[in-house]
Ligand binder design. Structure first.
Ligand code: PMP
Length: 373
């Protein structure tokens, strides 16, 4: 060991053999009583009351047993909900777990998988973790996916994944474009991550009957207000779901605990509450868009439960920090091309009114905005 080198800078021998990853950074989870939390795309409303009823029915005695490894109750509820056979449903601990399993299972060709350069920032982390080569395809200047990137030279790629609507932009990709991507890439798996689809975009689930290389991934964390419960699922062909299950049983057989199974089933079975809650979030989103526009913000048209907004005269970072001081949390990404944007989750109407009032005052005090007489 060179004597001038401090001991802590020298890599121990075993460290050369460690799998090293730069982990995903989740949005912070502050817990202040007066906060307005618009930073992690959670639902501002509670889950269906039926969820709590189901949880209260769980007998402590039953917790001494392992849960059903097939997660049968939840798989059946989801199969019924989507009108598909149970063999086409795979469930996991949030869609992060399902997506990680998909990366591990489907992206084994050694060829680079493709996803947008501005998208859910966990994709490159999983690719690094599982040592899957990848290419980030540049979104155009309007932050849209360029179809040609995914349908030309298809033999060169090992698979495709993108969210629809995309995150953090909220932009929906048209159904016919999705279908073209899936059709032109029939020899590899195409994953559509529909974390936000319930807030107004068209789902690719209807394409599943025609394309056995398509996987649609969904979550209970956003539209079903169950982020704290960790439930996600994938729909696909029985063959593809079979491979996913083989990987799961080679990793952890009991991914879904009893509470998640009961809560998930109860949520799926309360369609009326679900629709009502979605309608509220969507109407607040549209109201917030109008108000942001009035204050001079620009943003792509979001079909998700968040708005990706930028102000021409006020740097996003400055706004992010001012909002933070006021205990209003939004998400800011210090990354090329998007470092002048804020991703604002849609909260309740009253939360969004407070948020807009804050912005209005802040911009007025800075001499940027004044209401026309
Ligand atoms: N996909 C996208 C596009 C997301 O934004 C998120 C939320 N961070 C997820 C998947 C994962 O959500 P969850 O694990 O809570 O289901």
């Amino acid at each position: 060991m060179p004597p001038e080198m401090p001991w802590y800078k020298i890599m121990r021998e075993w460290e050369n053999k460690v799998r090293k990853v730069v982990p995903y950074t989740p949005g912070e989870q502050p817990n202040e009583p007066d906060m307005i939390k618009l930073n992690t795309n959670e639902n501002p409303y509670p889950p269906s009351p039926r969820v709590m009823e189901a949880l209260l029915k769980i007998m402590p005695e039953s917790l001494k047993l392992y849960p059903d490894p097939t997660a049968g109750t939840l798989v059946r509820a989801l199969a019924k909900y989507h009108g598909v056979d149970e063999s086409r449903v795979f469930v996991g601990v949030g869609s992060d777990d399902v997506l990680a399993m998909c990366f591990l299972t489907f992206f084994q060709s050694g060829k680079p998988i493709l996803f947008p350069d501005i998208t859910y920032s966990f994709y490159d982390v999983w690719a690094e973790l599982f040592q899957i080569p990848y290419r980030r395809m540049r979104l155009n200047d309007n932050f849209e996916i360029e179809l040609r990137d995914y349908i030309s030279q298809t033999e060169e790629s090992g698979g495709i994944i993108f969210p629809n609507p995309n995150a953090p932009t909220g932009i929906e990709l048209e159904q016919k474009e999705i279908e073209e991507i899936v059709r032109k890439n029939h020899d590899k798996i195409v994953i559509v991550d529909e974390a936000y689809v319930d807030f107004g975009a068209l789902s690719a689930v209807s394409l599943l009957d025609q394309y056995d290389n398509l996987i649609v991934v969904r979550t209970f964390s956003k539209s079903r207000a169950l982020a704290g419960m960790r439930i996600g699922y994938a729909l696909g062909s029985p063959q593809a779901i079979g491979y996913l299950n083989d990987a799961k049983y080679s990793f952890n057989s009991y991914t879904m605990d009893q509470t998640a199974l009961a809560a998930g089933k109860a949520s799926v079975e309360d369609e009326e509450y679900f629709r009502e809650m979605l309608a509220r979030v969507i109407s607040t989103r549209e109201w917030t868009k109008q108000e942001l526009k009035r204050l001079g913000f620009t943003f792509p048209d979001s079909k998700a439960n968040f708005i990706f907004a930028s102000h021409p005269s006020c740097p996003a970072k400055q706004l992010y920090e001012a909002l933070r001081q006021a205990h209003i949390y939004v998400r800011y990404f210090n990354k090329p091309r998007i470092d002048n944007y804020l991703r604002i989750t849609v909260g309740t109407r009253s939360e969004m009114e407070t948020f807009i009032k804050f912005l209005e005052k802040y911009l007025a005090d800075a001499g940027i905005y004044s209401e026309k007489p």
